[in-house]
Design a protein around this ligand. Structure first.
Ligand code: NI
Length: 171
């Protein structure tokens, strides 16, 4: 097992940055992907983007079945969404915003393209939770958190809650 990386929380500046493309596909990148899965499992998440471990690189991992189905273990490098359809509004959380859960509007279905750890391009389609996870994690690469997609009023309420938790040493 590789290194377990600490997940950084809002308002860590790296979370608000636009991440840089990955250009080197070597054994270190493969190792990093493994470490991201392990770090994500330890943190009890189903998705983890590189900026969340303070690496500003366009890369994330997803496992919507949380270890139950090996086929669900997905690595996305330099991803982009090339098609989207419909609308879903479901509750979302984020390892960088512990305890915060809010309903967020997302596309119901997406088609994405990305590179794997070897640099090979692939396409993937997903709906429901997978579509939501892809959109959520891709946002991280552009410095966007799910709270940035809430109404101004909702976002202000969440911010107030977080500031209170920070003040009380609960964050
Ligand atoms: Ni997140």
């Amino acid at each position: 097992m590789g290194k377990i990386h600490e997940v950084v929380k809002w308002p860590e500046p790296v979370l608000a940055q636009k991440a840089a493309p990955v250009t080197v596909f070597d054994s270190k990148l493969k190792q990093l992907a493994e470490e991201m899965f392990e770090s994500m499992y330890v943190a009890q998440g189903i998705g983890l983007a590189a900026p969340q471990i303070a690496l500003s690189q366009r890369m994330f991992v997803i496992d919507v079945s949380f270890k139950k189905n090996p086929d669900d273990r997905l690595v996305f490098i330099n991803p982009e969404i090339i098609a989207r359809k419909g609308k879903q509004v479901e509750e979302e959380g984020c390892l960088s915003l512990p305890e915060i859960r809010e309903k967020v509007e997302r596309a119901a279905w997406v088609k994405a393209r990305a590179q794997d750890v070897h640099g090979n391009w692939f396409e993937i389609e997903g709906d429901e939770l997978l579509a939501r996870a892809i959109q959520h994690e891709l946002d991280h690469l552009d410095g966007v958190l799910f709270i940035d997609r809430l109404s101004r009023l909702k976002r202000d309420l969440v911010m107030r809650r977080i500031r209170k938790m920070i003040k009380n040493g609960e964050w």
